[in-house]
Write a protein that binds this ligand. Structure first.
Ligand code: FRU
Length: 517
Protein backbone atom coordinates (compact mmCIF):
# COMPACT_ATOMS: atom_id res chain seq x y z
CA UNK A 1 0.00 0.00 0.00
CA UNK A 2 1.25 3.47 -0.85
CA UNK A 3 1.94 5.50 2.29
CA UNK A 4 1.52 9.25 2.46
CA UNK A 5 4.24 10.78 4.66
CA UNK A 6 2.72 12.17 7.89
CA UNK A 7 3.78 15.76 7.16
CA UNK A 8 2.19 15.68 3.72
CA UNK A 9 -0.97 14.17 5.20
CA UNK A 10 -1.25 16.98 7.75
CA UNK A 11 -0.76 19.61 5.05
CA UNK A 12 -3.52 17.93 3.05
CA UNK A 13 -5.87 17.99 6.05
CA UNK A 14 -5.21 21.70 6.65
CA UNK A 15 -5.80 22.45 2.99
CA UNK A 16 -9.08 20.52 2.91
CA UNK A 17 -10.22 22.26 6.07
CA UNK A 18 -9.36 25.67 4.66
CA UNK A 19 -11.40 25.11 1.50
CA UNK A 20 -14.72 26.89 1.91
CA UNK A 21 -17.42 24.38 1.13
CA UNK A 22 -19.54 25.87 -1.62
CA UNK A 23 -21.85 23.22 -3.02
CA UNK A 24 -22.82 23.57 -6.66
CA UNK A 25 -24.94 20.44 -6.73
CA UNK A 26 -27.05 19.04 -3.92
CA UNK A 27 -26.18 15.63 -2.45
CA UNK A 28 -28.98 13.91 -4.36
CA UNK A 29 -27.63 15.00 -7.71
CA UNK A 30 -27.03 11.77 -9.52
CA UNK A 31 -24.01 10.87 -11.56
CA UNK A 32 -26.28 11.05 -14.56
CA UNK A 33 -26.96 14.67 -13.78
CA UNK A 34 -23.27 15.38 -13.52
CA UNK A 35 -22.83 13.90 -16.96
CA UNK A 36 -25.72 15.89 -18.42
CA UNK A 37 -27.07 12.63 -19.82
CA UNK A 38 -30.73 12.65 -18.77
CA UNK A 39 -33.48 12.38 -21.34
CA UNK A 40 -34.10 15.81 -22.98
CA UNK A 41 -30.88 17.29 -21.54
CA UNK A 42 -29.41 19.82 -24.03
CA UNK A 43 -25.89 18.88 -25.12
CA UNK A 44 -24.65 22.19 -26.47
CA UNK A 45 -26.89 24.74 -24.76
CA UNK A 46 -26.46 25.98 -21.22
CA UNK A 47 -28.80 24.39 -18.70
CA UNK A 48 -28.39 24.52 -14.91
CA UNK A 49 -26.71 21.50 -13.31
CA UNK A 50 -29.99 20.88 -11.51
CA UNK A 51 -33.26 22.49 -10.38
CA UNK A 52 -35.13 25.52 -11.65
CA UNK A 53 -33.76 28.26 -13.88
CA UNK A 54 -35.39 31.22 -15.63
CA UNK A 55 -34.03 34.53 -16.98
CA UNK A 56 -30.38 35.15 -17.84
CA UNK A 57 -29.06 37.91 -15.57
CA UNK A 58 -25.98 40.10 -15.32
CA UNK A 59 -24.41 39.09 -18.64
CA UNK A 60 -20.96 40.60 -18.46
CA UNK A 61 -17.55 40.18 -20.05
CA UNK A 62 -14.51 40.93 -17.93
CA UNK A 63 -10.85 39.90 -18.10
CA UNK A 64 -11.41 37.25 -20.76
CA UNK A 65 -14.40 35.72 -18.96
CA UNK A 66 -18.07 35.80 -19.90
CA UNK A 67 -20.35 35.75 -16.88
CA UNK A 68 -23.80 34.25 -17.08
CA UNK A 69 -25.91 34.73 -13.96
CA UNK A 70 -29.44 33.41 -13.98
CA UNK A 71 -32.67 33.28 -12.00
CA UNK A 72 -32.26 30.14 -9.94
CA UNK A 73 -34.21 28.25 -7.32
CA UNK A 74 -31.83 25.64 -5.87
CA UNK A 75 -34.48 23.68 -3.91
CA UNK A 76 -36.95 22.59 -6.58
CA UNK A 77 -37.67 22.29 -10.30
CA UNK A 78 -40.42 24.88 -10.13
CA UNK A 79 -40.06 28.65 -9.56
CA UNK A 80 -39.42 29.56 -5.92
CA UNK A 81 -37.44 32.10 -3.86
CA UNK A 82 -35.04 33.49 -6.43
CA UNK A 83 -31.26 33.44 -6.22
CA UNK A 84 -28.69 34.29 -8.89
CA UNK A 85 -27.02 31.12 -10.18
CA UNK A 86 -23.69 31.63 -11.92
CA UNK A 87 -21.59 30.12 -14.71
CA UNK A 88 -18.54 31.39 -16.58
CA UNK A 89 -17.07 30.77 -19.99
CA UNK A 90 -14.30 31.99 -22.24
CA UNK A 91 -16.29 31.44 -25.45
CA UNK A 92 -19.95 31.64 -24.34
CA UNK A 93 -20.30 27.97 -25.33
CA UNK A 94 -18.39 25.87 -22.80
CA UNK A 95 -19.59 26.80 -19.32
CA UNK A 96 -18.17 26.17 -15.89
CA UNK A 97 -20.74 26.03 -13.11
CA UNK A 98 -19.96 28.35 -10.21
CA UNK A 99 -21.37 28.61 -6.70
CA UNK A 100 -24.59 30.57 -6.25
CA UNK A 101 -23.75 34.29 -6.56
CA UNK A 102 -26.65 35.99 -4.75
CA UNK A 103 -28.96 34.74 -2.00
CA UNK A 104 -32.23 36.33 -0.86
CA UNK A 105 -31.81 38.55 2.23
CA UNK A 106 -33.93 40.70 4.54
CA UNK A 107 -34.94 43.00 1.64
CA UNK A 108 -36.36 40.17 -0.43
CA UNK A 109 -35.79 37.65 -3.18
CA UNK A 110 -33.26 38.37 -5.92
CA UNK A 111 -35.06 39.02 -9.19
CA UNK A 112 -33.57 39.83 -12.58
CA UNK A 113 -30.98 42.50 -13.24
CA UNK A 114 -27.62 43.26 -14.77
CA UNK A 115 -23.93 43.59 -13.92
CA UNK A 116 -21.27 46.14 -14.83
CA UNK A 117 -17.56 46.58 -14.40
CA UNK A 118 -17.17 49.80 -12.41
CA UNK A 119 -13.83 50.53 -14.04
CA UNK A 120 -13.24 53.89 -12.35
CA UNK A 121 -14.54 52.69 -9.01
CA UNK A 122 -17.27 55.35 -9.14
CA UNK A 123 -19.17 53.43 -6.47
CA UNK A 124 -16.22 53.34 -4.10
CA UNK A 125 -17.05 49.67 -3.51
CA UNK A 126 -13.62 48.60 -4.77
CA UNK A 127 -10.35 50.42 -5.24
CA UNK A 128 -8.76 52.18 -8.20
CA UNK A 129 -6.44 49.18 -8.51
CA UNK A 130 -9.15 46.59 -8.08
CA UNK A 131 -12.37 47.98 -9.52
CA UNK A 132 -15.53 46.12 -8.49
CA UNK A 133 -17.99 44.12 -10.55
CA UNK A 134 -21.35 45.52 -9.54
CA UNK A 135 -24.60 43.61 -9.85
CA UNK A 136 -27.83 45.64 -9.86
CA UNK A 137 -30.98 43.60 -9.38
CA UNK A 138 -34.56 43.75 -8.15
CA UNK A 139 -35.47 42.86 -4.59
CA UNK A 140 -38.91 41.31 -4.32
CA UNK A 141 -40.31 41.48 -0.80
CA UNK A 142 -42.84 38.63 -0.48
CA UNK A 143 -44.08 39.70 2.96
CA UNK A 144 -44.88 43.20 1.75
CA UNK A 145 -46.58 41.79 -1.32
CA UNK A 146 -48.71 39.48 0.81
CA UNK A 147 -49.58 42.36 3.13
CA UNK A 148 -51.04 44.13 0.10
CA UNK A 149 -48.60 47.02 -0.06
CA UNK A 150 -47.53 48.34 -3.46
CA UNK A 151 -43.83 49.03 -2.82
CA UNK A 152 -42.57 45.45 -2.70
CA UNK A 153 -40.11 45.73 -5.62
CA UNK A 154 -36.97 47.83 -5.08
CA UNK A 155 -33.49 47.79 -6.61
CA UNK A 156 -30.43 46.48 -4.81
CA UNK A 157 -26.68 46.34 -5.41
CA UNK A 158 -24.03 43.69 -4.69
CA UNK A 159 -20.34 43.83 -5.57
CA UNK A 160 -17.48 41.48 -6.24
CA UNK A 161 -13.77 42.16 -5.87
CA UNK A 162 -12.65 38.81 -7.29
CA UNK A 163 -14.13 38.88 -10.81
CA UNK A 164 -17.44 37.38 -9.75
CA UNK A 165 -16.17 34.50 -7.59
CA UNK A 166 -17.99 35.95 -4.57
CA UNK A 167 -20.35 38.87 -3.93
CA UNK A 168 -21.07 41.15 -0.97
CA UNK A 169 -24.43 42.84 -0.55
CA UNK A 170 -24.16 46.64 -0.39
CA UNK A 171 -25.01 47.85 3.11
CA UNK A 172 -27.07 50.77 1.89
CA UNK A 173 -29.58 48.57 0.03
CA UNK A 174 -32.07 49.13 -1.45
CA UNK A 175 -30.72 51.87 -3.72
CA UNK A 176 -33.93 52.70 -5.55
CA UNK A 177 -37.29 52.66 -3.83
CA UNK A 178 -40.72 52.92 -5.29
CA UNK A 179 -44.12 53.83 -3.98
CA UNK A 180 -46.04 54.07 -7.23
CA UNK A 181 -45.75 50.81 -9.14
CA UNK A 182 -46.55 47.22 -8.27
CA UNK A 183 -44.23 46.06 -11.05
CA UNK A 184 -40.92 47.90 -10.85
CA UNK A 185 -38.09 45.70 -11.92
CA UNK A 186 -35.31 44.17 -14.00
CA UNK A 187 -32.70 46.99 -14.08
CA UNK A 188 -30.34 46.98 -17.05
CA UNK A 189 -27.46 49.32 -16.25
CA UNK A 190 -24.86 50.54 -18.73
CA UNK A 191 -22.19 53.22 -18.92
CA UNK A 192 -23.20 55.99 -21.34
CA UNK A 193 -19.92 57.20 -22.81
CA UNK A 194 -21.37 60.32 -24.42
CA UNK A 195 -22.80 61.77 -21.22
CA UNK A 196 -20.33 60.14 -18.84
CA UNK A 197 -22.96 58.63 -16.57
CA UNK A 198 -24.50 55.34 -15.56
CA UNK A 199 -27.95 54.74 -17.03
CA UNK A 200 -30.53 52.32 -15.70
CA UNK A 201 -33.35 51.01 -17.90
CA UNK A 202 -36.14 49.71 -15.69
CA UNK A 203 -39.70 48.59 -16.39
CA UNK A 204 -42.78 49.64 -14.46
CA UNK A 205 -45.80 47.64 -15.63
CA UNK A 206 -46.58 49.19 -18.99
CA UNK A 207 -43.55 51.39 -19.63
CA UNK A 208 -39.80 51.83 -19.52
CA UNK A 209 -38.19 54.27 -17.10
CA UNK A 210 -34.67 55.65 -17.42
CA UNK A 211 -32.60 56.74 -14.42
CA UNK A 212 -29.10 58.22 -14.19
CA UNK A 213 -26.32 57.94 -11.65
CA UNK A 214 -22.71 58.99 -11.08
CA UNK A 215 -21.92 56.21 -8.65
CA UNK A 216 -24.36 53.29 -9.19
CA UNK A 217 -25.74 53.91 -5.71
CA UNK A 218 -27.86 57.08 -6.07
CA UNK A 219 -30.31 57.18 -8.94
CA UNK A 220 -32.27 60.07 -10.46
CA UNK A 221 -35.28 59.66 -12.71
CA UNK A 222 -34.83 60.97 -16.28
CA UNK A 223 -37.63 59.88 -18.59
CA UNK A 224 -40.18 57.28 -19.61
CA UNK A 225 -41.19 55.51 -22.82
CA UNK A 226 -43.79 53.19 -24.23
CA UNK A 227 -47.09 53.33 -22.35
CA UNK A 228 -48.84 54.02 -25.66
CA UNK A 229 -46.44 52.22 -28.02
CA UNK A 230 -45.76 48.60 -28.86
CA UNK A 231 -47.40 45.44 -27.58
CA UNK A 232 -49.14 45.55 -24.22
CA UNK A 233 -50.79 42.16 -23.91
CA UNK A 234 -48.96 41.68 -20.61
CA UNK A 235 -46.60 43.35 -18.22
CA UNK A 236 -43.27 44.71 -19.53
CA UNK A 237 -40.20 42.87 -18.26
CA UNK A 238 -36.42 42.64 -18.73
CA UNK A 239 -35.51 45.75 -20.75
CA UNK A 240 -32.24 46.26 -22.58
CA UNK A 241 -31.15 49.46 -24.34
CA UNK A 242 -28.10 49.78 -26.59
CA UNK A 243 -26.75 51.45 -29.70
CA UNK A 244 -26.11 49.56 -32.94
CA UNK A 245 -24.46 50.60 -36.16
CA UNK A 246 -26.79 50.00 -39.12
CA UNK A 247 -25.16 47.44 -41.45
CA UNK A 248 -23.61 48.91 -44.56
CA UNK A 249 -24.59 52.53 -43.93
CA UNK A 250 -23.18 55.33 -41.86
CA UNK A 251 -25.93 55.49 -39.30
CA UNK A 252 -26.45 54.27 -35.78
CA UNK A 253 -29.71 53.70 -33.94
CA UNK A 254 -30.71 52.69 -30.42
CA UNK A 255 -32.53 49.42 -29.85
CA UNK A 256 -34.82 48.74 -26.91
CA UNK A 257 -35.68 45.14 -26.05
CA UNK A 258 -38.79 44.56 -23.96
CA UNK A 259 -40.04 41.15 -22.93
CA UNK A 260 -43.76 40.84 -22.34
CA UNK A 261 -45.80 38.17 -20.67
CA UNK A 262 -48.43 37.33 -21.80
CA UNK A 263 -49.04 38.89 -25.20
CA UNK A 264 -46.46 37.23 -27.48
CA UNK A 265 -47.60 36.51 -31.06
CA UNK A 266 -47.79 32.75 -30.45
CA UNK A 267 -49.05 32.97 -26.88
CA UNK A 268 -47.51 33.63 -23.49
CA UNK A 269 -44.03 35.11 -23.28
CA UNK A 270 -42.11 36.92 -26.02
CA UNK A 271 -39.64 39.72 -26.69
CA UNK A 272 -40.48 42.79 -28.74
CA UNK A 273 -38.06 45.47 -29.88
CA UNK A 274 -38.16 49.15 -30.74
CA UNK A 275 -35.65 50.96 -32.95
CA UNK A 276 -35.23 54.64 -32.15
CA UNK A 277 -32.98 57.34 -30.76
CA UNK A 278 -31.60 58.14 -27.35
CA UNK A 279 -30.19 61.59 -26.57
CA UNK A 280 -28.66 60.93 -23.17
CA UNK A 281 -31.97 61.49 -21.39
CA UNK A 282 -34.87 60.16 -23.41
CA UNK A 283 -35.53 57.25 -25.75
CA UNK A 284 -37.97 57.90 -28.60
CA UNK A 285 -39.11 55.74 -31.50
CA UNK A 286 -41.47 56.47 -34.37
CA UNK A 287 -41.87 52.77 -35.07
CA UNK A 288 -45.53 51.95 -35.61
CA UNK A 289 -45.30 48.25 -36.28
CA UNK A 290 -44.91 45.82 -33.40
CA UNK A 291 -41.65 43.92 -33.92
CA UNK A 292 -40.54 40.63 -32.36
CA UNK A 293 -37.00 39.50 -31.83
CA UNK A 294 -38.04 35.85 -32.15
CA UNK A 295 -41.40 34.45 -33.24
CA UNK A 296 -41.10 31.08 -31.52
CA UNK A 297 -42.72 30.37 -28.18
CA UNK A 298 -39.46 29.83 -26.31
CA UNK A 299 -37.14 32.79 -26.25
CA UNK A 300 -37.89 35.04 -23.31
CA UNK A 301 -36.29 37.60 -21.02
CA UNK A 302 -33.20 37.77 -23.23
CA UNK A 303 -30.62 40.51 -22.73
CA UNK A 304 -27.13 41.35 -23.98
CA UNK A 305 -23.68 41.32 -22.42
CA UNK A 306 -22.14 44.46 -20.96
CA UNK A 307 -18.53 45.32 -21.64
CA UNK A 308 -17.86 43.04 -24.63
CA UNK A 309 -14.82 43.54 -26.86
CA UNK A 310 -15.77 45.88 -29.75
CA UNK A 311 -19.05 46.53 -27.97
CA UNK A 312 -20.62 43.53 -29.72
CA UNK A 313 -24.22 42.84 -28.74
CA UNK A 314 -24.17 39.23 -27.59
CA UNK A 315 -27.60 38.03 -26.58
CA UNK A 316 -28.86 35.06 -24.56
CA UNK A 317 -32.53 34.30 -23.91
CA UNK A 318 -34.34 31.89 -21.64
CA UNK A 319 -35.63 29.01 -23.79
CA UNK A 320 -39.04 28.70 -22.19
CA UNK A 321 -42.44 30.30 -21.80
CA UNK A 322 -44.34 31.12 -18.62
CA UNK A 323 -47.37 29.35 -20.12
CA UNK A 324 -45.84 25.95 -19.37
CA UNK A 325 -42.32 26.53 -17.98
CA UNK A 326 -43.21 24.82 -14.70
CA UNK A 327 -44.67 21.74 -16.37
CA UNK A 328 -42.14 20.64 -18.98
CA UNK A 329 -41.29 16.92 -18.70
CA UNK A 330 -37.83 17.06 -17.13
CA UNK A 331 -37.02 15.95 -13.60
CA UNK A 332 -33.53 16.91 -12.51
CA UNK A 333 -33.47 20.41 -14.00
CA UNK A 334 -35.81 22.76 -15.80
CA UNK A 335 -35.08 24.67 -19.00
CA UNK A 336 -32.08 25.92 -20.95
CA UNK A 337 -30.75 29.12 -22.51
CA UNK A 338 -30.79 29.88 -26.25
CA UNK A 339 -27.60 29.66 -28.24
CA UNK A 340 -25.64 32.87 -27.73
CA UNK A 341 -26.57 35.17 -30.59
CA UNK A 342 -25.09 38.28 -32.08
CA UNK A 343 -27.52 41.12 -32.69
CA UNK A 344 -27.23 43.39 -35.73
CA UNK A 345 -29.38 46.02 -37.36
CA UNK A 346 -30.20 46.28 -41.07
CA UNK A 347 -32.36 48.64 -43.06
CA UNK A 348 -34.59 46.67 -45.43
CA UNK A 349 -37.31 48.33 -47.52
CA UNK A 350 -36.97 51.43 -45.35
CA UNK A 351 -37.55 49.70 -42.03
CA UNK A 352 -34.99 48.70 -39.44
CA UNK A 353 -34.80 44.98 -38.77
CA UNK A 354 -33.01 43.48 -35.79
CA UNK A 355 -31.23 40.28 -36.78
CA UNK A 356 -30.20 37.65 -34.23
CA UNK A 357 -27.88 34.87 -35.32
CA UNK A 358 -25.63 32.33 -33.53
CA UNK A 359 -22.22 33.74 -32.62
CA UNK A 360 -19.49 32.57 -35.06
CA UNK A 361 -17.85 30.47 -32.29
CA UNK A 362 -20.75 28.02 -32.64
CA UNK A 363 -19.11 26.86 -35.89
CA UNK A 364 -16.29 25.36 -33.81
CA UNK A 365 -18.78 22.80 -32.44
CA UNK A 366 -19.80 21.50 -35.86
CA UNK A 367 -18.54 18.01 -36.60
CA UNK A 368 -19.56 15.52 -39.26
CA UNK A 369 -20.69 16.92 -42.52
CA UNK A 370 -22.83 15.63 -45.35
CA UNK A 371 -23.09 18.19 -48.11
CA UNK A 372 -25.26 17.91 -51.17
CA UNK A 373 -27.13 19.93 -53.71
CA UNK A 374 -30.37 18.77 -55.28
CA UNK A 375 -33.54 19.78 -57.06
CA UNK A 376 -36.98 18.74 -55.83
CA UNK A 377 -39.77 18.57 -58.40
CA UNK A 378 -43.04 20.36 -57.63
CA UNK A 379 -44.99 18.20 -55.20
CA UNK A 380 -41.97 15.94 -54.57
CA UNK A 381 -39.64 15.49 -51.64
CA UNK A 382 -36.13 14.40 -50.73
CA UNK A 383 -35.41 12.17 -47.72
CA UNK A 384 -32.19 12.38 -45.75
CA UNK A 385 -31.19 9.99 -42.97
CA UNK A 386 -30.00 11.64 -39.76
CA UNK A 387 -27.27 10.02 -37.64
CA UNK A 388 -27.66 12.04 -34.48
CA UNK A 389 -30.59 14.18 -35.52
CA UNK A 390 -31.33 15.62 -32.11
CA UNK A 391 -27.87 17.08 -31.84
CA UNK A 392 -27.45 18.60 -35.23
CA UNK A 393 -27.30 21.65 -37.44
CA UNK A 394 -29.09 21.69 -40.81
CA UNK A 395 -28.13 24.37 -43.28
CA UNK A 396 -29.13 25.12 -46.85
CA UNK A 397 -29.77 27.99 -49.19
CA UNK A 398 -32.61 28.23 -51.63
CA UNK A 399 -34.68 30.69 -53.62
CA UNK A 400 -37.73 28.45 -53.09
CA UNK A 401 -40.41 29.79 -50.76
CA UNK A 402 -42.80 26.84 -50.69
CA UNK A 403 -41.10 24.21 -48.58
CA UNK A 404 -41.97 21.67 -45.97
CA UNK A 405 -39.21 20.39 -43.71
CA UNK A 406 -40.26 17.39 -41.58
CA UNK A 407 -38.21 15.70 -38.87
CA UNK A 408 -39.41 12.17 -38.08
CA UNK A 409 -38.43 9.48 -35.64
CA UNK A 410 -39.11 5.76 -35.34
CA UNK A 411 -41.85 6.43 -32.78
CA UNK A 412 -43.98 8.19 -35.34
CA UNK A 413 -43.27 11.62 -33.89
CA UNK A 414 -42.74 14.49 -36.29
CA UNK A 415 -41.84 18.14 -36.18
CA UNK A 416 -42.86 20.20 -39.21
CA UNK A 417 -41.50 23.53 -40.42
CA UNK A 418 -43.42 24.90 -43.37
CA UNK A 419 -42.95 27.94 -45.59
CA UNK A 420 -45.76 29.35 -47.65
CA UNK A 421 -44.51 31.77 -50.31
CA UNK A 422 -47.94 33.08 -51.25
CA UNK A 423 -49.00 33.80 -47.70
CA UNK A 424 -45.44 34.83 -46.75
CA UNK A 425 -45.76 32.70 -43.67
CA UNK A 426 -43.58 30.24 -41.82
CA UNK A 427 -45.26 27.70 -39.54
CA UNK A 428 -43.71 25.43 -36.94
CA UNK A 429 -45.97 22.59 -35.94
CA UNK A 430 -44.89 20.71 -32.82
CA UNK A 431 -48.27 19.10 -32.14
CA UNK A 432 -46.86 15.61 -32.90
CA UNK A 433 -43.21 16.33 -32.14
CA UNK A 434 -42.99 14.19 -28.99
CA UNK A 435 -44.42 14.66 -25.50
CA UNK A 436 -46.90 17.52 -25.63
CA UNK A 437 -49.74 16.76 -23.26
CA UNK A 438 -48.07 17.98 -20.04
CA UNK A 439 -49.85 21.30 -20.55
CA UNK A 440 -52.76 22.25 -22.77
CA UNK A 441 -51.24 25.21 -24.63
CA UNK A 442 -47.97 23.47 -25.54
CA UNK A 443 -49.06 21.51 -28.63
CA UNK A 444 -50.16 23.24 -31.78
CA UNK A 445 -48.44 25.33 -34.37
CA UNK A 446 -46.73 28.68 -34.26
CA UNK A 447 -46.59 31.21 -37.05
CA UNK A 448 -44.10 33.77 -38.28
CA UNK A 449 -44.98 36.27 -41.02
CA UNK A 450 -42.11 36.75 -43.49
CA UNK A 451 -43.31 40.09 -44.85
CA UNK A 452 -39.93 41.69 -45.33
CA UNK A 453 -37.90 38.68 -46.48
CA UNK A 454 -35.89 39.62 -49.61
CA UNK A 455 -36.35 37.56 -52.79
CA UNK A 456 -33.66 35.25 -54.21
CA UNK A 457 -31.35 32.83 -52.44
CA UNK A 458 -31.82 32.83 -48.69
CA UNK A 459 -30.08 30.80 -45.98
CA UNK A 460 -32.06 28.47 -43.71
CA UNK A 461 -30.23 27.29 -40.61
CA UNK A 462 -31.75 24.97 -38.03
CA UNK A 463 -30.31 23.75 -34.73
CA UNK A 464 -31.75 20.78 -32.87
CA UNK A 465 -30.55 19.96 -29.37
CA UNK A 466 -32.43 17.26 -27.42
CA UNK A 467 -35.37 19.47 -26.42
CA UNK A 468 -35.16 22.55 -28.61
CA UNK A 469 -35.26 23.76 -32.18
CA UNK A 470 -33.87 27.12 -33.31
CA UNK A 471 -34.65 28.28 -36.84
CA UNK A 472 -32.75 31.17 -38.46
CA UNK A 473 -33.94 32.45 -41.83
CA UNK A 474 -31.80 34.88 -43.83
CA UNK A 475 -29.00 34.99 -41.24
CA UNK A 476 -31.36 35.70 -38.38
CA UNK A 477 -33.72 38.25 -39.94
CA UNK A 478 -36.47 35.83 -38.97
CA UNK A 479 -36.02 33.52 -36.00
CA UNK A 480 -38.11 30.89 -34.29
CA UNK A 481 -37.10 29.13 -31.09
CA UNK A 482 -39.19 26.40 -29.52
CA UNK A 483 -38.95 23.58 -27.02
CA UNK A 484 -39.78 20.04 -28.14
CA UNK A 485 -39.75 16.73 -26.28
CA UNK A 486 -39.24 13.88 -28.79
CA UNK A 487 -38.78 10.55 -27.02
CA UNK A 488 -36.43 9.22 -29.71
CA UNK A 489 -33.95 11.04 -31.90
CA UNK A 490 -35.28 12.28 -35.24
CA UNK A 491 -33.73 9.89 -37.73
CA UNK A 492 -35.26 11.12 -40.95
CA UNK A 493 -35.41 14.55 -42.50
CA UNK A 494 -37.76 15.13 -45.38
CA UNK A 495 -37.65 18.28 -47.49
CA UNK A 496 -40.79 18.68 -49.59
CA UNK A 497 -41.50 21.09 -52.39
CA UNK A 498 -45.04 22.36 -51.88
CA UNK A 499 -44.81 24.85 -54.74
CA UNK A 500 -45.60 24.60 -58.43
CA UNK A 501 -42.08 24.81 -59.83
CA UNK A 502 -38.98 22.70 -59.05
CA UNK A 503 -36.97 23.96 -56.05
CA UNK A 504 -33.21 24.04 -56.13
CA UNK A 505 -31.63 23.34 -52.76
CA UNK A 506 -28.03 24.56 -52.69
CA UNK A 507 -25.24 23.57 -50.34
CA UNK A 508 -27.38 21.40 -48.16
CA UNK A 509 -25.44 20.21 -45.10
CA UNK A 510 -26.22 18.23 -41.97
CA UNK A 511 -23.63 18.46 -39.23
CA UNK A 512 -23.45 16.87 -35.84
CA UNK A 513 -22.89 19.43 -33.10
CA UNK A 514 -20.32 18.57 -30.41
CA UNK A 515 -21.51 18.53 -26.81
CA UNK A 516 -20.12 21.17 -24.46
CA UNK A 517 -20.15 19.29 -21.14
C1 FRU B 1 -39.19 37.43 -16.23
C2 FRU B 1 -39.39 37.68 -14.75
C3 FRU B 1 -38.77 39.01 -14.35
C4 FRU B 1 -38.48 38.81 -12.89
C5 FRU B 1 -38.07 37.36 -12.84
C6 FRU B 1 -38.46 36.65 -11.58
O1 FRU B 1 -39.27 36.09 -16.57
O2 FRU B 1 -40.75 37.64 -14.42
O3 FRU B 1 -39.57 40.14 -14.64
O4 FRU B 1 -37.47 39.65 -12.42
O5 FRU B 1 -38.71 36.73 -13.94
O6 FRU B 1 -37.91 35.38 -11.53
Amino acid sequence: MMRIPVILFSILLVLIGACKEVPILSKEATEKTLMYQEQFRPQYHFSPPEKWMNDPNGLLYNQGVYHLFYQFYPEDIVWGPMHWGHATSTDMLHWENKPIALYPDKHGLIFSGSAVLDENNTSGLGTAKNPPLVAIFTYHDMDKEKAGSIDFQTQGVAYSLDNGESFTMYEGNPVLLNSEFKDFRDPKVFWDKKTGQWVMALVAGDHLRLYRSDNLLEWTYMSRFGATQGAHGGVWECPDLFELQVEGIDESKWVLLISINPGAPNGGSGTQYFVGDYDGTTFISDQEEIKWLDWGTDNYAGVTNNNTPDNQRLFIGWMSNWNYARETPTEAWRSAMTLPRILSLSKINDTYELFNYPIPEVDSLLLEETTMRFAIPAGGHESIGLENGNQSEILFTTAARDLKVTFKNEQGQQLILEMDGTEKLCTLDRSQSGLTDFQETFAGSQQMPLNNLPGGEVEFRIFLDASSIEVFINKGQYTMTAQIFPTASYSDLEIGNTGTTPSQIQDFAVKEVAGIW
